[in-house]
Design a protein around this ligand. Structure first.
Ligand code: GLV
Ligand code: MN
Ligand code: MN
Length: 410
C-alpha cells in the first residue's frame, strides 16, 4: 500500500483534539470526541458504509455482503468480522494509541475494494467509547458496558475531574445514558474481533518486524488510594503534632515501585490530587491512583497485598487513614489461540508478543474469538506525545489487516 494514502487519511484526523505539546486531549463525549465521531461518520458515508451508534455510544460502520440472488445459493453468513479501536486518549497522550486501529480499518476496506474483494459476511469497523478511562476513570468503558462487565447504573454515576457525571456528559452530547447496558445480541452477531494497535513497547523493533500478533494481555487494574489526615498551619504546627497525608502518599509511591520490583510486575502512581492543595497548609486529604500490572494474576495479587499492608503500617505511624478501593480490574487475557496462530501464519510467521497494556480486545476476548495486530513502535513510547510509528510500518499494518479481513470475511 502506498504510504501517501495512509498519510492523507492520517493527517485528515490528526488536528482533532491536538494540544500545543503535540499530545492529545480526546476525552469521551468532549467536543474533540464528538468531532472524531463526526469524522468517523463522514468516512463511513464517503465509502457508502452503513453506520450506527449502539446503546453504549460505540460507533460502527458496516460493509455488508450483497444479498444473494441466485436460487439455491447459500445466503451470506450474517455473523460479522469486526475491527477497529478507539479515538479517546489519555491526557496529552500520543496520536496512535487507538486512532491507528480505526484509520487502518477504513484503509483496509479501501484496499479490499480496490482489488475487487467482496465480503461473504459483514465487515464492521468500530470506535469504542473511552478505552483509556481518561475522563471517567474506568478503562474500556464502552466494551465493558457492552459485555456486561460494568453495571450501567454505576457507569452513569461515574464522575470526571470536574464532578460531571457520565450521564450528564452523555446528555450534553445528545446521547441517552438510560440506554446504557449489556448488548449480548450484538456480541452474538460477531464471528471475530481483530484490533490493530500501535505496539506500546519495543518488542517488534527487537524482532525486526513491522507487524506482530498479540499473545496475551497482562492482568492489570486501577485502585483509588485515599489518605486522610488533618489540615493545619504549615508554619505553626509542630512536626510531632501533624497528621500529614502527604507523608503516607509519598511512602505509597515508593512502596508501589518496590513491591512491583520485588514481585516482577509494574506499578505506577501517575495521578494525584491534594486537598486543599495550599502551599502553606498541611493537606487534609490526598487521593492517588495506583495502576498495577503483572505477567500473571498471582503476581498482581501479591503486589497489591504487600502494597496495602506496607501503606497501612505507614499510615498508622503518620496518624492518617488509608482506603484502597478498586476502580477496575482485569485478569489475564489469552487471545484465541486458533485465531492467533492462523493470523501469525497468514502474515508469514509474524512474531507473537504479550502486552502490559489494556485494550477493548481484552474485554471482548471473553465473548468473541479475538485477536490483535501490533504495528512497530521504534521507541516504545506510548501514552505520551512521542508515541510514533513510521508511515511505512503503518502501511504494512493496513496490508496485514486487509489480509486478515480477506481471510476471515471475503
Ligand atoms: C490503556 O492503554 C492502558 O493500558 O491503560
Ligand atoms: Mn492506551
Ligand atoms: Mn489503546
Amino acid at each position: 500500500m502506498d504510504t501517501g494514502e495512509f498519510r492523507r487519511l492520517w493527517d485528515d484526523l490528526a488536528a482533532i483534539g491536538r494540544a500545543d505539546d503535540g499530545g492529545y486531549l480526546r476525552f469521551s463525549w468532549s467536543e474533540a470526541d464528538l468531532a472524531c465521531r463526526d469524522w468517523f461518520r463522514a468516512q463511513a458515508e464517503d465509502r457508502g458504509l452503513r453506520w450506527e451508534t449502539d446503546r453504549n455510544g460505540n460507533r460502527y460502520a458496516w460493509w455488508d455482503p450483497e444479498p444473494t440472488t441466485v436460487p439455491g445459493e447459500a445466503p451470506p453468513d450474517d455473523r460479522a468480522v469486526l475491527t477497529g479501536s478507539h479515538f479517546d486518549s489519555v491526557p496529552h497522550g500520543g496520536a496512535y494509541d487507538g486512532p491507528l486501529g480505526i484509520v487502518s480499518a477504513f484503509l483496509a476496506v479501501d484496499r479490499l475494494r480496490a482489488e475487487g474483494a467482496e465480503p461473504r459476511r459483514p465487515i464492521g469497523i468500530v470506535a469504542f467509547t473511552e478505552e483509556e478511562g481518561g475522563r471517567f476513570g474506568v478503562p474500556c468503558l464502552g466494551s465493558r458496558l457492552t459485555t456486561g462487565a460494568l453495571d450501567p447504573a454505576a457507569a452513569r454515576g461515574l464522575t470526571d475531574p470536574d464532578g460531571i457525571t457520565l450521564a450528564d456528559a452523555m446528555r450534553a452530547a445528545g446521547a441517552d445514558p438510560d440506554a446504557l447496558g449489556p448488548d449480548p445480541e450484538r456480541l452474538d452477531r460477531l464471528d471475530a474481533f481483530v484490533e490493530l494497535h500501535i505496539e506500546q513497547g519495543r518488542g517488534l523493533d527487537g524482532e525486526g518486524a513491522a507487524v506482530g500478533v498479540a499473545g496475551a494481555v497482562w492482568p492489570h487494574g486501577r485502585w483509588r488510594v485515599t489518605v486522610t489526615g488533618e489540615a493545619d498551619h504549615a508554619g505553626t504546627t509542630r512536626l510531632a503534632d501533624r497528621r500529614d497525608p502527604m507523608l503516607t502518599f509519598a511512602f505509597a509511591v515508593l512502596a508501589a515501585r518496590k513491591e512491583a520490583r520485588l514481585a516482577g510486575g509494574l506499578a505506577t502512581i501517575g495521578r494525584v490530587e491534594a486537598e486543599p492543595n495550599a502551599t502553606n497548609a498541611i493537606a487534609a486529604r490526598v487521593t492517588a491512583w495506583l495502576d498495577a500490572r503483572a505477567p500473571d494474576d498471582t503476581v498482581l495479587e501479591a503486589i497489591l497485598r504487600e502494597f496495602e499492608s506496607k501503606v497501612q503500617d505507614r499510615a498508622a505511624r503518620d496518624g492518617t487513614q488509608v482506603s484502597i478501593t478498586p476502580e477496575s480490574e482485569t485478569t489475564l487475557v489469552e487471545f484465541d489461540p486458533a485465531l492467533r496462530d492462523r493470523i501469525a501464519t497468514l502474515l508469514g510467521g509474524a512474531p507473537v508478543l504479550p502486552t502490559g497494556a489494556g485494550h477493548d480486545a481484552g474485554v471482548l476476548a471473553a465473548h468473541v474469538p479475538t485477536a490483535m495486530l501490533f504495528v512497530r513502535n521504534p521507541t516504545g513510547v506510548s501514552h505520551a506525545p512521542g508515541e510514533a510509528a513510521s508511515d511505512e510500518d503503518c502501511a504494512a499494518g493496513v496490508e496485514a489487516l486487509a489480509a486478515v479481513l480477506r481471510d476471515l470475511a471475503c
